[in-house]
Ligand binder design. Sequence first.
Ligand SMILES: [Zn+2]
Length: 115
Amino acid sequence: MKEDHRALALERIERLVLLAEEAWPEEKELSRRYLELAWKLKLRHRVRLPPHLRGRFCRKCRSPLKPGVSCRVRVRAGRMVRVCLECGHLTRLPLKGAKGNRINKRRREDGEDVR
Ligand SMILES: [Zn+2]
Protein backbone atom coordinates (compact mmCIF):
# COMPACT_ATOMS: atom_id res chain seq x y z
CA MET A 1 0.00 0.00 0.00
CA LYS A 2 2.58 2.49 1.10
CA GLU A 3 4.77 1.55 -1.84
CA ASP A 4 1.92 2.36 -4.23
CA HIS A 5 1.65 5.80 -2.70
CA ARG A 6 5.34 6.35 -3.20
CA ALA A 7 5.31 5.17 -6.79
CA LEU A 8 2.46 7.55 -7.49
CA ALA A 9 4.22 10.40 -5.71
CA LEU A 10 7.37 9.76 -7.75
CA GLU A 11 5.37 9.85 -10.96
CA ARG A 12 3.89 13.20 -10.00
CA ILE A 13 7.28 14.53 -8.97
CA GLU A 14 8.76 13.51 -12.30
CA ARG A 15 5.97 15.21 -14.20
CA LEU A 16 6.40 18.39 -12.16
CA VAL A 17 10.14 18.45 -12.81
CA LEU A 18 9.52 18.12 -16.54
CA LEU A 19 6.92 20.88 -16.46
CA ALA A 20 9.28 23.10 -14.53
CA GLU A 21 12.04 22.53 -17.06
CA GLU A 22 9.69 23.41 -19.89
CA ALA A 23 8.58 26.61 -18.20
CA TRP A 24 12.17 27.74 -17.56
CA PRO A 25 13.33 30.43 -18.24
CA GLU A 26 10.22 31.98 -19.78
CA GLU A 27 8.17 31.65 -16.62
CA LYS A 28 10.52 31.40 -13.70
CA GLU A 29 7.87 31.90 -11.03
CA LEU A 30 5.69 29.14 -12.43
CA SER A 31 8.68 26.88 -12.80
CA ARG A 32 9.68 27.41 -9.17
CA ARG A 33 6.13 26.74 -8.04
CA TYR A 34 6.18 23.39 -9.84
CA LEU A 35 9.40 22.43 -8.15
CA GLU A 36 8.19 23.65 -4.77
CA LEU A 37 5.24 21.29 -5.18
CA ALA A 38 7.50 18.46 -6.28
CA TRP A 39 9.69 18.99 -3.21
CA LYS A 40 6.71 18.98 -0.87
CA LEU A 41 5.51 15.74 -2.43
CA LYS A 42 8.91 14.26 -1.90
CA LEU A 43 8.92 15.25 1.77
CA ARG A 44 5.35 14.22 2.41
CA HIS A 45 5.78 10.76 0.96
CA ARG A 46 9.36 10.40 2.14
CA VAL A 47 10.55 9.20 -1.21
CA ARG A 48 14.13 9.13 -2.37
CA LEU A 49 14.61 10.76 -5.71
CA PRO A 50 15.92 8.42 -8.38
CA PRO A 51 19.30 9.41 -9.88
CA HIS A 52 17.77 10.89 -13.02
CA LEU A 53 15.75 13.36 -10.93
CA ARG A 54 18.37 14.10 -8.31
CA GLY A 55 20.21 17.30 -9.03
CA ARG A 56 17.79 18.40 -11.70
CA PHE A 57 16.86 21.41 -9.62
CA CYS A 58 18.42 23.70 -7.05
CA ARG A 59 17.68 22.69 -3.48
CA LYS A 60 17.90 26.22 -2.27
CA CYS A 61 15.88 28.31 -4.69
CA ARG A 62 14.05 25.52 -6.57
CA SER A 63 15.22 26.52 -10.01
CA PRO A 64 15.70 23.82 -12.62
CA LEU A 65 19.41 23.29 -13.19
CA LYS A 66 19.99 23.31 -16.90
CA PRO A 67 23.66 23.09 -17.80
CA GLY A 68 24.72 26.24 -19.62
CA VAL A 69 21.37 27.91 -19.03
CA SER A 70 20.72 28.13 -15.31
CA CYS A 71 23.78 26.45 -13.90
CA ARG A 72 27.50 26.05 -14.43
CA VAL A 73 28.98 22.56 -14.35
CA ARG A 74 32.49 21.69 -13.25
CA VAL A 75 34.07 18.32 -12.70
CA ARG A 76 36.59 18.10 -9.91
CA ALA A 77 38.09 15.12 -8.08
CA GLY A 78 35.54 12.68 -9.45
CA ARG A 79 32.67 14.94 -8.52
CA MET A 80 30.36 17.05 -10.53
CA VAL A 81 29.94 20.48 -9.02
CA ARG A 82 27.01 22.52 -10.17
CA VAL A 83 26.59 26.17 -9.41
CA CYS A 84 23.07 27.54 -9.58
CA LEU A 85 23.19 30.80 -11.52
CA GLU A 86 20.05 32.02 -9.78
CA CYS A 87 21.24 31.90 -6.19
CA GLY A 88 24.83 30.67 -6.35
CA HIS A 89 24.09 27.46 -4.46
CA LEU A 90 26.53 24.58 -4.99
CA THR A 91 25.38 21.04 -5.67
CA ARG A 92 27.94 18.27 -5.54
CA LEU A 93 27.24 14.92 -7.14
CA PRO A 94 29.57 11.95 -7.22
CA LEU A 95 30.25 10.80 -10.77
CA LYS A 96 30.12 7.23 -12.02
CA GLY A 97 33.90 7.25 -11.71
CA ALA A 98 33.53 7.55 -7.94
CA LYS A 99 32.82 3.82 -7.86
CA GLY A 100 36.03 3.26 -9.79
CA ASN A 101 37.88 5.25 -7.15
CA ARG A 102 36.70 2.85 -4.50
CA ILE A 103 37.92 -0.09 -6.57
CA ASN A 104 41.28 1.58 -7.01
CA LYS A 105 41.48 2.13 -3.29
CA ARG A 106 40.73 -1.51 -2.64
CA ARG A 107 43.45 -2.49 -5.10
CA ARG A 108 45.91 -0.34 -3.24
CA GLU A 109 44.94 -2.01 0.00
CA ASP A 110 45.32 -5.42 -1.61
CA GLY A 111 48.78 -4.41 -2.70
CA GLU A 112 49.67 -3.55 0.87
CA ASP A 113 48.45 -6.96 2.01
CA VAL A 114 50.77 -8.70 -0.44
CA ARG A 115 53.71 -6.79 0.98
ZN1 LIG B 1 19.49 28.13 -6.70
